[in-house]
Design a protein around this ligand. Structure first.
Ligand code: HEM
Length: 511
């Protein structure tokens, strides 16, 4: 009996410890948001969240209101669903609400990259210099040159004359925008290795096509890789793909290229100066590839599809494209010079800007997550303060919270090309909830310190692609009556959504 007691006590302690770890004892404390642990210990609502984030969060919002804490895979997430209350979360100091801890675990799992000190600062520095302001002039030119190589090579040759070609619109748009964006950032094949520029350009086309093919395999595995739920066979495939990208994008190979963007070279140099080993830099290149190319291609698909399904929008954008080209003395004609879109020209397109904004409102759905580093009080717009515990996470899902809120955006399911235009044709940025003006009325790029640093470049890429499609090609859906496909629910939370299936379209050169 004397011996049995300590054993029993130890057993009891480990059972209680286990239950504690599973979150069984957590109770809502005074001033805390409503707590909903779900029915499965530890997992909580992980399965519902992963199955359909948007549907699940809508249900929770209905049940609990503007703020609630739910258990997902052992963590407690406080979701704030009132867009008037986003400010304090987005602006809170990193010492209290930090994004990096959560992001570090994720990027280690999906890219094999372990970040160094000052990592985020270096990213910000390079992005401010090369993806915004004057840096964008150079990037816009690089994107244009590469789009032309991919879309217009062989114009004037017999086999490209006015023959209809058919493809999936998603595949076509993603392919072109991914490859052109990749070449613009990571550089071109040097002409001197091939003797002439045509051969080097052909190499760029072939190499980027191969990369895109492999990227799509990885892209399809990505959501389950991020959630760490890949079955063993797919896990092996994800590992194979990661290694392949580390090799294809390695610093050694990249530095042999021409026209490498300052965004890539500066980041490499800064990390080398910080003592990051080269193999880790190779892995960082995969992170940069995914961040820069995983969203813009799918967005370009939705953009073209919405235009094709909304003739009034297509007409308004086509007129704007023609006007901008004409004002700059450019015209697409047989045997004429290829058009060149500068960043300045792309600043004069309010209609296309509204179309891009509307497309992203409907299809970009990131989850923004911050780790709570110390106990804090969160004041929401109603004036009420909620206690948030250290060790939890605070999250925002702008898609359901604001982008699809009928009070903010009437008939939110509908694509309205001029939703972000005032009556006088200028950019509209006044949207209201409960009679109060919203700062965050659509958030495809996230917000605060983690706001997408590539957003200006991304918008330019989309606009350049549309300009070239409209001015050089006739294109239409193979079945004009085909409905816009649903959003694939597997990817909620990861940025631009993808469709459940592709839509066939045909295109041919105008001249
Ligand atoms: C339609 C296209 C794009 C969308 C919708 C998009 C959206 C986003 C979002 C939502 C985030 C995370 C924000 C957060 O967690 O708060 C992000 C991060 C990021 N994006 Fe983009 N993005 C796009 C294109 C691009 C492009 C073209 C580049 C680069 C050339 C880029 C570079 C990055 C990087 C490096 C990060 C990580 C930032 C960090 O860790 O702070 N993105 N993007």
């Amino acid at each position: 009996m004397v011996l049995l007691l300590p054993i029993l006590l130890a057993l009891l302690a480990s059972v209680l410890g286990g239950l504690y770890m599973l979150g069984m004892f957590r109770k809502r404390r005074p001033n805390e948001p409503p707590l909903d642990k779900g029915t499965i210990p530890w997992l909580g609502y992980a399965l519902d969240f992963r199955k359909n984030t948007a549907g699940f969060l809508r249900k929770m919002q209905k049940k609990h209101g503007d703020i609630f804490t739910i258990q997902i895979g052992g963590y407690y997430y406080t979701f704030v669903t009132d867009p008037l209350s986003f400010g304090p979360i987005v602006r809170e100091a990193r010492a209290r609400l930090d994004f990096e801890k959560f992001a570090m675990e994720l990027v280690a799992r999906v890219f094999g990259y372990h970040s160094g000190t000052n990592d985020h600062k270096l990213l910000e520095k390079a992005s401010t210099k090369h993806l915004m302001g004057d840096g964008l002039v150079l990037m816009t030119q690089a994107m244009m040159d590469n789009l032309q190589n991919l879309m217009l090579h062989g114009v004037g040759s017999v086999d490209r004359e006015k023959k209809w070609q058919q493809d999936g619109l998603f595949n076509y748009s993603y392919n072109i925008v991914f490859r052109a964006g990749y070449l613009a950032l990571f550089g071109n094949e040097p002409i001197k290795s091939h003797g002439n520029s045509e051969k080097a350009k052909k190499h760029d086309r072939d190499h980027s096509e191969e990369l895109f093919g492999e990227f799509r395999k990885y892209d399809k595995l990505f959501p389950r890789l991020a959630y760490a739920v890949l079955p063993p066979k797919d896990k092996l495939e994800a590992e194979r793909l990661k290694r392949l990208f580390w090799n294809m994008l390695s610093i050694k190979k990249t530095l042999q290229k021409e026209n490498i963007s300052g965004w890539i070279t500066d980041q490499f140099q800064d990390r080398a100066d910080n003592g990051m080993p080269e193999y880790m830099q190779d892995r960082f290149m995969l992170l940069l590839l995914w961040a820069s190319q995983g969203n813009t291609g799918p967005a370009s698909f939705w953009l073209l599809l919405y235009l094709m399904k909304h003739p009034e929008a297509m007409k308004a954008v086509s007129e704007e494209v023609d006007r901008v080209l004409k004002e700059n003395g450019q015209e697409v004609k047989p045997g004429g010079a290829q058009i060149n879109l500068t960043r300045d020209m792309l600043l004069k397109t309010p209609v296309l800007d509204s179309v891009v904004e509307e497309t992203l409102r409907l299809t970009a759905a990131p989850v923004l997550i911050r780790a709570v580093k110390e106990n804090l009080n969160l004041k929401i717009s109603s004036g009420k303060e909620y206690a948030i515990r250290k060790g939890d996470r605070v999250a925002i899902f702008p898609y359901t919270a604001v982008q699809m809120d009928p009070e903010v955006h009437p008939e939110p399911e509908k694509f309205k090309y001029n939703r972000f235009l005032n009556e006088d044709g200028t950019k509209k940025s006044e949207f209201f909830k409960n009679g109060k003006r919203l700062k965050y009325f659509t958030m495809p790029w996230g917000a605060g310190t983690t706001i997408c640093p590539g957003r200006f470049f991304a918008v330019n890429e989309l606009k350049q692609f549309v300009f070239l499609m409209l001015s050089y090609f006739e294109f239409e859906l193979v079945n004009p009556k085909e409905e816009i496909p649903d959003i694939d629910p597997n990817r909620w939370g990861f940025g631009t959504m993808q469709p459940t299936h592709d839509v066939q379209f045909k295109y041919r050169l105008r001249y």
